[in-house]
Design a binder for this molecule. Sequence first.
Ligand code: SF4
Length: 359
Amino acid sequence: MSTTVLDRPAPPAAKPKPKPSFIPDLIYFEPKSLEYPKGRRIFDWAQQEGIPYRMTSSHNRITNLPGDTELEQYKMAKRTLVVGIRKTLKFDTSKPSAEYAIPIATGCMGHCHYCYLQTTLGAKPYIRIYVNTDDIMEAARGYIEERKPEITRFEAACTSDPVGLEPISGSLRELIEFMADQEFGRLRFVTKFHHVDSLLDARHNGHTRIRFSVNSKYVIRHFEPNTSRFEERIEAASKVAHAGYPIGFIIAPIIWHEGWEDGYGELIEQLAKSLPPEARQNLTFELIQHRFTKTAKNVIERRYPKTKLEMDIEKRKYKWGRWGQGKYVYPDEQADALRMYLSERIFDHFPESTIDYFT
Ligand code: SF4
């Protein structure tokens, strides 16, 4: 009996190609950075890849990026890498996730519409990698000494997404192995990228927690261009869990959108389905509702003019900030509904996990 086209089973959907790691369009080097092995290695790599490069007297003063409009220059900045030396070795605090922010990179190639780097980096959205990791680790040792026997936690993703840059910098691997030897020091970082392979055989001693930032399909699709796909992040989470790292998930920003209950319910179910048993041990969740400042709203509307991100201050509650400018968060009723719904789903599927905070 012959079969018609309609009888035949549909071919399996093609698996999307893995997202390649970041290759900048342009690199700047501070001349002194080439005296460090990391700087030299990046320089040799840039030449091998044929990436155009320029020299700069300071990683803080990159001007005249190609582009005729502010928007074009912004897009170019997100594809520009600057290799320099970190001079400020005084670390910022990083509550509630850690005691200090450890600065190994600044800026990110992701295009998440809501990203707070839009405002914190001001007119310098280009990506900086610091080559003097030894000085940075020495400074961390000082902070650990000051607080011991209390544990001091360092967050490596406050000003960047260091996993996205790891194939170029190798800095996380250095920090992980440094922290493995610190009785009173811990490292943590969060990512939306899946480039973890070079970290899998690092000596971590359980002192580094790797967290993956996840969200509902709606949020990922509409607001997180140029980051790894959800499935890639989960696969990476399984890999690092298998390598013995403590892991966690940050659900941020939690956005009130049409169908949010289904969206976030599906997210937790998918996590439960895809995570292998070893990834469920000692699992943490951090929950952060969407917030914005007036300045951020202006910048986001300029840079992503078609964004569907809801930033209507009439629908929000104003929360006073410590440094003057406050933020707009969801009114208590909505925030409570988000917190309760997500906490219930999380404990249904991961009864042994911990929710570190909802903010
Ligand atoms: S991946 Fe993280 S740091 Fe990068 S743009 Fe998105 S939110 Fe910002």
